[in-house]
Design a protein around this ligand. Sequence first.
Ligand SMILES: *Cc1c(COP(=O)(O)O)cnc(C)c1O
Length: 384
Amino acid sequence: MERVERFLSGKRQDGALRALRPADWRKEGRINAGGKTYHDFSSNDYLGLSCHPGLKEASKLAIEEFGAGACASRLLSGDLNLHHRLEEKTAAFKGKSSALVFNSGYQANVGIIASLYKKGDAIFSDRLNHASIIDGILLSGAKLFRFKHNDQVFLERLLKKERNNFKAALVITESVFSMDGDRFPLKGLADLKRKYSCEIMVDEAHATGIFGQRGSGLVEEEDMTGEVDLIMGTFGKALGGFGAYLACSAGLRDYLVNACRSFIYTTALPPAVIASGMAAIDLVKEEAYRRKTLLKNADFFREALRETGLDIRGRSQIVPWVTGTSERTVRVSGFLQERGYWALPIRPPTVPEGQARIRFSLTYHHSKELLERLVEDIREADKI
Ligand SMILES: *Cc1c(COP(=O)(O)O)cnc(C)c1O
């Protein structure tokens, strides 16, 4: 098709054509591709749970007992007690009265937002929010207002000016941002919620399992569980499995079971996936040392790099080094790959022009010794 060819050659000319790069294997913090093994700094397996014996065993048992597939959607015969047990566990973990499991974070965001808001409503969304949030808003038909990243003064100005022109209003943000590794100042939302009578939704994809006394996320850490109406997160990142959840009130859960198309019109998650989610929540509680070690190592790594004067962002296990142009970033990434680190360049349009970066996703598998070595290699990479 001609328009497809045009698209591809345009991308090729800009050096922006993306391609898949299959690995031979990937486990326990390492990735093997093209006959070489690298330290994997691009995965979201933050706690190293994806290969944990507890998760693997739980999945195997569930396959033995229930088979490989769920065989139908939740509202038909795909609904097992197992799904409900995971939802109860998730609700307790997040401190909400109910939870609903979704097949992926993408499906959760798109379906939740589009079923709760429509034309005549307003959604105030942080500029750096994930594509799934944007797609949910577009599908909903609500009016989208984007506010400057992490800027509550800007947000309040928008609310003051626009809130009264709309029926329902939602403020939506991630708690830990994937490309910048920084955190949204959630505390301030309580005040705005009361003043402007809006609902609050927080996406905890990168915070679940990492932050908070119990490891449930940043909403817990900031003591905002009562204020955030919709707490969404995934099982596919720190929890090492797959799928997503929304923690909310019982009424909202009932509403979504009846109205959310991405929940209704899809096959339920397989038993093995549900079982791994349950095991992962237990492990977050039982093996709290994983997140503590991870955050301590991340603090060390971030500060060591900042001391060398590099543009290092974030306040989490995600540590972006903003390197500037795409061309330089690709070069730096190549240097690091030669040294054995799988740390890929993130370029525009994923990030703003001139702010291309190498994003280091730290996991429990990266020891302090490895990070010390990486800091030295980054110092060299900075000179090329
Ligand atoms: C990864 C991610 C999602 C999507 O979750 P999947 O389960 O991978 O579909 C949604 N929101 C944010 C902020 C994410 O980082």
